[in-house]
Design a protein around this ligand. Sequence first.
Ligand code: 2PG
Ligand code: MG
Length: 441
Amino acid sequence: MPAITAVRGRLVYNSRGSPTIEVDITTDGRHTGRAVAPSGASVGIHETASFPDGGVAASLQILNDNAGRIYGADPGDVGAMHGVIREIDPEPGYPKMGGSLAFALSIAAAESAAKSAGKPLYRLLGEQEPLASALSSASASPASKRYRFPFPLGNILGGGAHAGPGTPDIQEILICATGSDTVQDAIRTNLEVHSELRRVLQESDPGFSGGKGDEGGWAPKLDNEKALQAAARACENLGFTLGREVSLGVDFASSTQWDASRSRYVYDRAGFENDPGEQIEFASDLISRFKLIYAEDAVHEEAFEDMAQIRARFPDVLVTGDDLTVTNAAILEKAARGGSCNAAILKVNQAGGLHDALEFAAAGARNGISLVTSHRSGESTESHISHIGIATGSKMLKVGVVGGERVAKLNELLRIAELRGGDGDGDGDTEHDLIQGMAEL
Ligand code: 2PG
Ligand code: MG
């Protein structure tokens, strides 16, 4: 077991300029893992809170006070690290240390252990139990050959909580190069669509400033409908047919519109309201007309039965829970029992630590729920989620298209692609974790 020889935390800033925590863990005096906690703008009510009262400083104090416990832990055993984190903060939701510290500590430890073992992080994570067993019994192919690339899913047009007044109410219009058979082609295609969309937007509004939302998607003054039409036109201009070479997706982030006191979805910017039945029709209409392959949080975060209706109507669409399932294994089991979704977002920081997220992934595999590993709108330039997406057998990796903190994740996929045919540890063991191309959608 590699020995942890240094633990250090500091306050740094995320891509939105908000303070967050960074943790470094060094093993055997030379292998340093580093992780920065991200943060969301559209945050689910059942998500783990990022920081305790007192913010980043309070989390750093907890880290310093408990460094002694961390030195004794096995950094390569995600479950064991979780045990140490739980000794420090046993209450559900990490009220004492904050989810961000659980996130940074668990990921920095895993990265340092992967470096000290000379293996890629995705492989160290993919070997953890109960994830490894759940994935191998869910898959027809042998566990040793199950690593595949998730399809990059990228925000090309932003609204809602990620952009200013006049932009669409829906939070994200997403592109996915569903016809690509390599990760290189998938990334390039998403970039082409993002760039063509700017041309389309400027053509229809010469005053369009080129402004972007928090995740690098364009933020034009358009309603939902016109924004989707522009995205579809950009794909067509490039000679693509929706549903073939490329497909569109939408994160409705419907909890942002939901007014619980009136039981209505309020579309302020477009100027209409939906009751729960109308919302199901509104989302269904967009899914059908724009041939969406992906529909996230089409209803609010507690509307499990309404989600089930959409799921039943569109068996071939990834009807995805995000605020609905909040990377919580117990909530995912409930959603699976009720048929509320066939896909779910995995965001480690929604759950807290890596162990919680891998348990969620295992629950997804056991229940036949496709996973979409995702960034947050407030991100760092790190790329651990590219490894987490591969390790968890995710179908898609939702990481944006442009912007340094988004491209960092895509570039890491390109580096991992060089390991194809081998595991990169130089021992000639090419069969061990052969990456076999793109995930099956
Ligand atoms: C979402 C995310 C990421 P945020 O809703 O899916 O795209 O946004 O990080 O703001 O919650
Ligand atoms: Mg979402």
